[in-house]
Design a protein around this ligand. Structure first.
Ligand SMILES: Cc1cc2nc3c(=O)[nH]c(=O)nc-3n(C[C@H](O)[C@H](O)[C@H](O)COP(=O)(O)OP(=O)(O)OC[C@H]3O[C@@H](n4cnc5c(N)ncnc54)[C@H](O)[C@@H]3O)c2cc1C
Length: 502
């Protein structure tokens, strides 16, 4: 038995030589019981492996259970919801979109697999008991909570993405009704029911403290706190880290993603995104990549009419097409000089912003010059921006940022208003996208792209499919967690420990 809890730290692997005997032995150990952990455990068990799962919280869920449950799916001609609503989703369009969304270092192999097999993944999700209607909600919708399925959940129809791939809605929400739909909770519950039915040995209230590795840095197991005591658990085939991201780890945030410190306390987390999974991976040589990338969003809609407004920075300049996915809009807000961001609207499109957005009215006036001076902006900045925009908007055009004509109208109906969308004040929720470098199989890689034997990662513990905040679409995280969680489970279950040398 291990000695003392405080002897163990995720950043330092426990040497195998310190393990006098194992308290527990299994084929595959899964760390974390959110969407990625449940998918990994499920698939490893289906492969016939003996699987043990450790979860620090008292039950399944993690941040996954807080989610709307949107999963980004398509390709191969389309899912039933896409086809039924007249969308034929070509795999190559899906692939090109996903590749562009992944940013400069998109993982081509991962994107290829996902685009080719997302339709099969949809079928798998249904087989696990997750219900999907074939209904479609057009326009700008976020987490409607109506039980409807298909939505535009990314930048598909926004410039510059719409020039790269034929636009198609790909957000798939499960049939769940209520606030945010409760779709994430339903997703995890359905997967967890399967995990339990397959006989996975589940331990909740069980924090994994660190990995156990031999001299060659091959992962042999973990140290886990069980009933208040640290115990040694051996994984004959592999350990899969599915422990979420690091949004709640102040030190890691400061070091890797300091932009988060501008956003306040709106981290999207069930409370355990402390980076322990990433640190465990690093402790045996795993490389952490894209650690500065985050998902954040600025909920400018609902109301959808505000998409017809324009966003300006504190220099009075426009900087993005406002019809882009709010995640992309938010990333562009963060790139401005200064934290003051305004949404300009006229009377014909104004509606009270949603309470949760914390977007407030900063100025109201009968003319745009009145608004400009009320905001204290340099004379001529806001007014020249508006006049340029209105000149082209009158012809349904936006030559600067190529906003979709459906969302263009001249802002000429008084009274006018500026809505404060300031960073540090408005609601910019976030989670981290950076994490361990992995193969699509989940195998953790070193900086030299060598496999760390016996170690796998999935979900937000790794830098997966969604690795650029600018290109993120709703549904990409849970899509990545469930799809590549399965791959990791399968790969770990099939691993022959005798055959892996570094
Ligand atoms: C309000 C909200 C809405 C969202 N909507 C969507 C959406 O519709 N679509 C989408 O794609 N994404 C959405 N997201 C993001 C998405 O939910 C997450 O990115 C995703 O669920 C992360 O899954 P995961 O399996 O990596 O981590 P988690 O689900 O957080 O699972 C990790 C688990 O590991 C456990 N753990 C951590 N450390 C340890 C340890 N040392 N030992 C043992 N256990 C440990 C945690 O307690 C947790 O249960 C949303 C997020 C929120 C909060």
């Amino acid at each position: 038995m291990a000695e003392n809890d405080s002897d163990y730290n995720p950043s330092r692997a426990c040497p195998l030589s310190e393990v006098s005997s194992w308290d527990l032995e299994t084929d595959v150990i899964v760390v974390g019981y959110g969407a990625s952990g449940a998918s990994a455990a499920l698939e490893a068990a289906v492969e016939g492996a003996e699987v043990t799962l450790f979860e620090v919280a008292s039950g399944s869920g993690g941040t996954s259970a807080m989610a709307g449950g949107d999963i980004y799916l398509g390709g191969n001609g389309g899912t039933p919801a896409q086809r039924e609503n007249g969308f034929e989703d070509d795999t190559e369009d899906f692939y090109r979109y996903m590749l562009m969304a992944g940013g400069a270092d998109a993982d081509e192999a991962r994107v290829r697999l996902y685009a080719d097999h997302a339709l099969e993944h949809y079928v798998w999700l249904k087989e696990q008991g997750i219900p999907y209607r074939n209904s479609y909600l057009p326009g700008k919708v976020q987490a409607p909570g109506t039980g409807d399925c298909l939505i535009w959940s990314g930048n598909e129809d926004a410039w510059p993405y719409n020039e790269t791939a034929k636009p198609c809605p790909r957000g798939h929400l499960p049939e769940a009704i209520g606030e945010l739909g409760g779709g994430g909770r339903m997703l995890v519950d359905k997967l967890a029911a399967r995990v339990e039915a397959l006989g996975v040995d589940i331990h909740c209230d069980a924090r994994v403290l660190c990995l156990v590795a031999d001299e060659a840095q091959q992962v042999q197991g973990v140290v886990v706190r069980l009933e208040g005591q640290p115990r040694f658990a051996r994984a004959r085939r592999g350990v899969i880290l599915c422990a979420g991201g690091f949004a709640l780890n102040e030190e890691m945030v400061k070091k890797y993603a300091p932009v988060i410190s501008r956003l306040g306390d709106d981290g999207l987390s069930a409370g355990h995104d402390d980076g322990s999974g990433i640190r465990m991976g690093q402790s045996v040589g795993g490389a952490a990549i894209h650690m500065d990338e985050i998902f954040t969003t600025l909920p400018i809609y609902p109301p959808a009419s505000h998409v017809k407004g324009i966003l300006i920075n504190e220099q009075g300049q426009r900087f993005v097409n406002e019809d882009a996915y709010p995640g992309r809009v938010a990333i562009h807000c963060l790139r401005q000089v200064g934290d003051h961001i305004y949404m300009l609207v006229d009377d014909s499109i104004f509606e009270q912003p949603s309470e949760f957005s914390r977007i407030e009215i900063a100025a109201v006036g009968e003319s745009w010059s009145e608004i400009e001076s009320e905001l204290g902006l340099l004379e001529g900045t806001l007014t020249s921006t508006i006049s340029l925009f209105n000149r082209h908007a009158a012809e349904g055009k936006d030559p600067l940022f190529h906003k979709n004509p459906n969302y263009i109208k001249p802002l000429i109906d008084p009274p006018f208003a500026a809505l404060a969308c300031h960073i540090g004040q408005a609601f910019y929720p976030y989670f981290t996208l950076g994490g361990l470098s992995t193969r699509p199989t989940g195998e953790v890689l070193t900086v030299d792209a060598e496999v760390v034997p016996g170690l796998y990662a999935a979900g937000r513990t790794c830098s997966g499919l969604p690795r650029s905040g600018e290109g993120y679409s709703s549904g990409m995280s849970l899509g990545d967690c469930t799809f590549f969680g399965r791959y990791a489970g399968r790969a770990a279950a099939r691993r022959d420990p005798a055959s892996t040398a570094r």
